[in-house]
Write a protein that binds this ligand. Structure first.
Ligand code: FVH
Length: 297
């Protein structure tokens, strides 16, 4: 990166102007970057151009405009569809890939980038579009630490930049782990609203209680990490699994009795019961993680 000027670090191209791509481009513009944008379907760049962005006529033109190229498209296949034809132009530039994907896809793209002389940072956006550019947003990156540090002033315009490691798939792995937890929470919240609603309690009435309860229970995250990393699920147990497994069928039965499908609850209940049956009732619920591992990690 020798010879780079501060100005050249603030030239950035955004490929893909979906809901997220537009938010990314908007935050970069707001942060003072010179932004070039391109989208497969024209017409999505209007407000960005009004805000100072340059609309490129083609992906090739867009890539040529900046040393840093951010790509945020629907999926891995669309990334290759857009980038393969412009690989030669990307050589010597930094590609910041923010499309959702798997660790394996990130690894594949890292190989592709290496063969084409492209510096790759693979990112995982931990934000929804309105959060981009606010302190609530953070983005995970993997790739070369030197490239990450060089790009950081630009990346920080999107949200807090968190370096996940040099292994290409690491950001994607952490992103998907965080999304798994998010969907578990979404499932729990939806079940809670369905059950409360079946008994005549409106979601809006339950909401402040739910927010308070989930906030208090978020301490589980750190305690569970200590138990899981030590492999000692009997350490610092507050509510043992046998007790929880005994109470859990009540949630399922009451749901059924109120006409609410317990589909989102039953898998965890079955795992808890198996773990108790295997002799781990004195431990914490974190021992369930041992049943989720289908091969040695
Ligand atoms: N939006 C969100 O809440 C989440 C937050 C976390 C990160 N995700 C991931 O971000 C990627 C983009 O998501 P998005 O919300 O911008 O998605 P869309 O609004 O549907 O825009 C999709 C863009 O992809 C373009 N595109 C699709 N297929 C192709 C293709 N074959 N060739 C070129 N471009 C393609 C599409 O273009 P167009 O349909 O307007 O022509 C949009 O620009 C995604 O990975 C999320 O998982 C978002």
């Amino acid at each position: 990166m020798a010879g780079q000027t501060d100005d050249s670090k603030r030239d950035v191209t955004v490929l893909g102007l979906g809901t997220m791509g537009r938010a990314l481009a908007g935050a970069l513009l707001a942060g003072g970057a010179r932004v070039t944008v391109w989208n497969r379907t024209p017409g999505r760049e209007g407000d960005l151009v009004a805000g100072g962005a340059v609309a490129a006529a083609s992906a090739a033109e867009a890539v040529a405009a900046s040393r840093t190229v951010v790509v945020c498209l629907l999926d891995h296949a669309s990334v290759h569809e857009v980038l393969d034809p412009v690989a030669d132009r990307l050589a010597g530039r930094v590609l910041v890939e923010l499309t959702n994907g798997s660790p394996e896809q990130a690894g594949e793209l890292a190989g592709w980038a290496g063969r084409h002389g492209v510096e790759l940072l693979s990112g995982g956006i931990m934000a929804v579009p309105p959060m981009i550019g606010t302190p609530a947003a953070f983005v995970l990156y993997s790739g070369s630490r030197a490239v990450f540090e060089e790009q950081r002033p630009l990346l920080d315009l999107l949200g807090e930049s968190v370096f996940a490691g040099e292994e290409p798939g690491r950001a994607a792995l952490q992103d998907l782990a965080l999304l798994s937890a998010m969907y578990g929470m979404f499932g729990g919240v939806l079940h809670a609203y369905a059950l409360a609603g079946a008994g005549g309690v409106a979601a809006g009435e339950l909401a402040p209680l739910l927010r308070r309860w989930l906030g208090a229970m978020s301490d589980f995250v750190d305690g569970a990490a200590a138990q899981i990393d030590s492999g000692d699920h009997a350490r610092d147990v507050v509510s043992n699994l046998a007790m929880q497994a005994a109470a859990y069928p009540g949630l399922v039965a009451v749901s059924r009795a109120h006409g609410v499908d317990p589909a989102l609850l039953t898998p965890l209940g079955e795992l808890m019961r198996r773990r108790v049956d295997d002799g781990h009732g004195h431990e914490d619920i974190t021992g369930v993680v041992e049943l989720l591992r289908t091969r040695e990690g």
